[in-house]
Design a binder for this molecule. Structure first.
Ligand SMILES: Cc1cc2nc3c(=O)[nH]c(=O)nc-3n(C[C@H](O)[C@H](O)[C@H](O)COP(=O)(O)OP(=O)(O)OC[C@H]3O[C@@H](n4cnc5c(N)ncnc54)[C@H](O)[C@@H]3O)c2cc1C
Length: 309
């Protein structure tokens, strides 16, 4: 719950770009999640900075969400302010070998920008749904490439809304599906990526090839959050879950996908508890068969530990 003074401060800065008591199920690809106290969609960096300063002043927790493709939000929702950066979406070419992209730009617009100009380097991201902020925060990638391989530098704001000096790749702590080391409450606002001049058709063909592979191996036409578990060293979480016989297991309307066992899909009306029960079932079965304890890749977030855990 946000008190009236904080609410007034947010409204006087953001006008209709702040909403209160908004169900997060609208903003997650799993279509699951209770209410956020507030959702702010600042129109530019200045407004983002001011919003963070207000949150800091009133001690409101913040969470930046991209497109919600990698989160499982509890039924209790999130206290404080959820920040959405979809209006920060500029993309610009920097010289011959880099592009600068704001964190709210979607994977689709970045891909289109590169294809139209015949720029190569980010083709692997074409099928990784989300925003550039989400790509960076998750060090998103596929077997052959991750964001860390193509990022030149990032831009970020601290929790008080101060824009910090850009950090170059050598000083960033990218890990498997994680960017570590930034203070809590930091917001990624943009990045530069290394690209090469290539040929439009070549870039498009590579994207088509990767998207075709996904269509054939993943459930792409039903709500999910992508891979639920990280792959353990030298193996694949999907293979282990399938070997444990859990493809097609259900809890309510949530199901371990018949197409790819590392995906949990929502057939309509599943809640966070259903998904968590399937996560625990898969973890226990794989541990019993192999001794491997799978770790989640999907970010479990929500105001009450008890609700998501
Ligand atoms: C069908 C499907 C296929 C997928 N395939 C892949 C794949 O091949 N490889 C892969 O790596 N992932 C994959 N994913 C997962 C997902 O696409 C990626 O994790 C993506 O990077 C999420 O981006 P997002 O903007 O939706 O982030 P969100 O899900 O909104 O957020 C993810 C995390 O990043 C944080 N975050 C987001 N933006 C910011 C910001 N600006 N500043 C600070 N923190 C931020 C959030 O707080 C959260 O902790 C897949 C998902 C789906 C549904």
């Amino acid at each position: 719950m946000i008190d009236s003074q904080a609410r007034l401060a947010l409204e006087s800065t953001l006008a209709d770009r702040v909403e209160f008591e908004v169900p997060l199920s609208r903003y997650t690809s799993l279509r699951i999640g209770g209410p956020a106290d507030a959702i702010a969609t600042p129109r530019d960096r200045k407004e983002l900075s001011r919003t963070l300063a207000i949150c800091s002043e009133f001690e409101l927790p913040t969470r930046t969400l991209g497109s919600g493709f990698n989160v499982l939000v509890s039924e209790a929702g999130l206290r404080g302010v959820v920040l959405r950066l979809k209006k920060l979406r500029a993309i610009e070419r920097i010289g011959r070998d880099a592009i600068a992209v704001e964190a709210g730009a979607s994977h689709a617009t970045v891909t289109r920008f590169c294809v139209e100009r015949g720029l190569s380097g980010l083709e692997f991201g074409a099928g990784i749904p989300g925003t550039i902020g989400g790509w960076l925060a998750m060090n998103a990638g596929i077997g052959i490439r991750e964001m860390k391989d193509v990022v030149r530098s990032i831009e970020w704001m601290d929790g008080r809304g101060d824009l910090m000096a850009p950090v170059s790749r050598a000083d960033l702590d990218f890990r498997y599906r994680e960017l570590a080391g930034l203070p809590d409450g930091s917001v990624l606002v943009g990045a530069q990526f290394e690209i090469e001049e290539s040929d439009r058709v070549k870039v498009q063909n590579e994207i088509d090839r990767l998207l075709g592979h996904r269509q054939a191996t993943q459930p792409t036409d039903i709500p999910s959050c992508g891979s639920v578990f990280r792959n353990p060293p030298g193996d694949f979480a999907g293979r282990l879950i399938e070997a444990a016989g859990l493809k097609g297991s259900r809890e309510g309307a949530a199901e371990i996908s018949q197409v790819h066992a590392n995906f949990i899909v929502n057939h309509g009306g599943a809640n966070a508890r259903d998904v968590l029960r399937l996560i625990e079932r898969a973890r226990a079965a794989v541990a019993a068969e192999t001794g491997i304890v799978l770790e989640t890749e999907v970010q479990l977030i929500g105001s009450s530990e008890g609700d998501v855990a």
